[in-house]
Ligand binder design. Structure first.
Ligand SMILES: [Ca+2]
Ligand SMILES: [Ca+2]
Ligand SMILES: [Ca+2]
Length: 595
């Protein structure tokens, strides 16, 4: 919705990744080499010493006993009970004994040893000395600003999720957006995490490439050349829907950064998933793009054929659609969505829109079988200044909100560029909008798929909803903002034991699972049956005579979106809708500060 640039002056030169793989961390959490044992006679001494009536001499004696190492005799007896050699490590402050087993053991095996030890009549209590890990806090220099990745009230608690998984390179998340700034320092991904992708922005109605802005139509390079609209271009064909000048948004790079910027690399920000591959698919040019391009890109991302475009060798499991426009879901869009979910794709995540209105009036948010996401602010409240809400919203996520330079930090910090028209230099930018919220959910889903690659679209949807955190106040309810605020830690945990798929197969979100332990909501999302294409193909349904003007609702400037007079209606990146005046102001200030 709004954005402000921050020159990333404090970033170090790129450093080698210090990212640990997910599996070793899981192994650490699931095993131990130590047990804790307490003996009956020592417990009795302790309780006697703890009696206020006992003499101070008794307390001194008890304290002395508590510090005594385990006798050789007792160690032998304990080892015999355990049927393995147990070596004393130390006494605890509470008087228990810590003992070491000959090797690291899985927790379930260690519990077997505990049961054996408890058979010894001299033992009062025994338990596994479990490993607890510090919550993983990444080294990224601007991580302190990323409230959206921390816990309640407003964040998604990625920190807790990272202790279980930091993502998998087997996952592909397609970002259908304005393209990508491939050379951004925090997107310089080892092992080709950033896939080649494709550019689906086709020629203008007259055959020119003003919208595409890269000198051609569809091509193999999804680089973002900038989506600025100059003063002389504004309001004139093909930019009738953009009556005021716009600066380049670098929207696709911001979204990709939220999902998957390199994490724990001592540079810039951390993405939600540090290992997933990103498939950049350019569908928005200057002043947006056509649904025919977006729909083709959805099919292509899923590995399905598109005429005159080479097949995608790396089909995606997640498609992020931080874009939209007014009107009903068209049959072309729904057809592409259904086809993708019947191919490689497990989740299509769509922004609810930034009209401060009804999410049911924005497409593709109102299409069936998408995961529609609204935006909440730093306090977990609805970002009421812009966030669309409605019964079709599946879940909320941080979209952030700020009004001026004083509270810019309440936006979502991610990757950007200092360029006003063409790319100039790497930057970080605070942006607010449902685009950003959707990106968080795509990131969370990609972490879920790292834990359980077999999740179906149904399971992704219900795990996400079932693990969502309750709204902290009444600005959002489960009938307006979805099931709750997306919670990465809960989603990752629940992904390993998802609700069973409904009988009959097929792609649908209904019926709701019979039981969802801890589910904080009742299902409210109306889910239609798959759309059947009319014989001979469908023409894209125009949104009728509705000519929507969209703004952020707080008096900022903005792009208006109008469908009239276009053969196919235009889709805009949802962060591109308002507050450009403020954004320019921030940019000038940020540039002044950094220069
Ligand atoms: Ca092109
Ligand atoms: Ca291109
Ligand atoms: Ca980083």
């Amino acid at each position: 919705l709004a954005f402000a640039l921050l020159a990333d002056a404090s970033v170090a030169d790129s450093l080698p990744l210090r990212v640990g793989a997910a599996k070793p961390r899981l192994t650490v959490l699931n095993s131990t080499d130590r047990l804790i044992v307490r003996f009956k006679d020592e417990v009795e001494t302790d309780s006697k010493a703890g009696n206020s009536a006992s003499a101070s001499a008794d307390r001194v004696k008890a304290a002395t006993l508590r510090s005594q190492p385990m006798s050789g005799e007792r160690q032998s007896a304990l080892s015999a009970a355990a049927r393995m050699h147990l070596a004393p490590v130390r006494r605890t402050g509470g008087g228990a004994h810590v003992v070491r087993m000959p090797q690291n053991m899985l927790l379930e095996d260690a519990e077997t040893i505990i049961e054996r030890i408890k058979q010894d009549p001299s033992v009062a209590h025994a338990e596994v000395d479990r490993r607890r890990l510090p919550l993983l806090v990444p080294s990224d220099t601007q991580y302190a600003q990323q409230w959206n990745l921390k816990g309640a009230p407003g964040g998604i608690d990625a920190e807790s999720a990272w202790n279980v998984t930091q993502g998998s390179g087997n996952t592909v998340v397609a970002v259908l957006d304005t393209g990508i700034l491939r050379n951004h320092r925090d997107l310089a991904m080892p092992g080709s995490r950033l896939l080649p992708g494709y550019d689906f922005v086709s020629a203008d109605p007259g055959g020119g490439f003003a919208t595409a802005n890269d000198g051609n139509g569809r091509d193999a390079d999804p680089a973002d050349p900038g989506d600025f609209v100059s003063a002389t271009e504004a309001g004139k064909a093909p930019f009738a829907a953009c009556p005021t000048p716009l600066e380049s948004s670098w929207h696709g790079t911001h979204i990709a950064g939220i999902i998957a910027a390199n994490g724990n690399n001592a540079v810039g920000t951390a993405g939600i998933n540090w290992n997933t591959r990103i498939l950049p698919v350019r569908v928005l040019g200057k002043c947006g793009g056509y649904t025919s391009d977006t729909s083709d890109a959805i099919r292509w991302a899923a590995g399905l054929p598109v005429p005159n475009v080479p097949n995608n060798p790396t089909p995606a499991q997640v498609i992020n659609l931080s874009l939209g426009g007014p009107g009903a879901c068209t049959s072309e869009e729904q057809s592409a969505i259904n086809a993708a979910l019947n191919a490689s794709v497990r989740a299509i995540v769509a922004a609810a829109g930034n009209d401060a209105g009804a999410s049911t009036n924005v497409s593709p948010a109102n299409c069936s079988l998408v995961i529609t996401v609204t935006g909440t602010d730093r306090n977990g409240s609805r970002a009421a200044a812009y966030a669309n809400i409605g019964a079709n919203v599946a879940v909320a996520a941080p979209g952030g909100f700020f009004t001026n330079a004083m509270d810019v930090g309440n936006g979502i910090l991610s990757l950007s560029n200092t360029g006003v028209t063409v790319p100039v230099a790497d930057a970080l930018a605070y942006v607010a909008g449902t685009s950003e919220a959707a990106a968080h959910v795509s990131g969370v889903v990609s972490l879920m798929l790292a834990i359980n690659p077999n999740l179906s679209p149904y399971q992704v949807y219900w795990v996400l909803r079932g693990s969502a955190r309750r709204f902290p106040d009444a600005t959002c309810t489960t009938s307006t903002c979805g099931a709750g605020i997306a919670d990465a830690a809960g989603a990752v945990q629940r992904a390993s034991a998802p609700p069973p798929n409904p009988a009959g197969g097929g792609v649908a979100f209904t019926p709701a699972p019979a039981s969802q332990p801890g589910t904080p909501m009742t299902p409210t999302t109306p889910v239609a049956t798959p759309v059947t294409m009319p014989p001979g193909g469908a023409t894209a349904a125009a949104p009728g005579s509705t000519s929507g003007t969209t703004s952020g609702g707080d008096g900022g400037g903005g792009c208006t979106m109008s469908a009239s007079g276009e053969p196919e209606w235009m889709t805009l990146a949802l962060a591109c809708l308002a507050l450009f005046r403020i954004a320019r102001q921030y940019r000038r200030r940020a540039t002044a500060r950094s220069s």
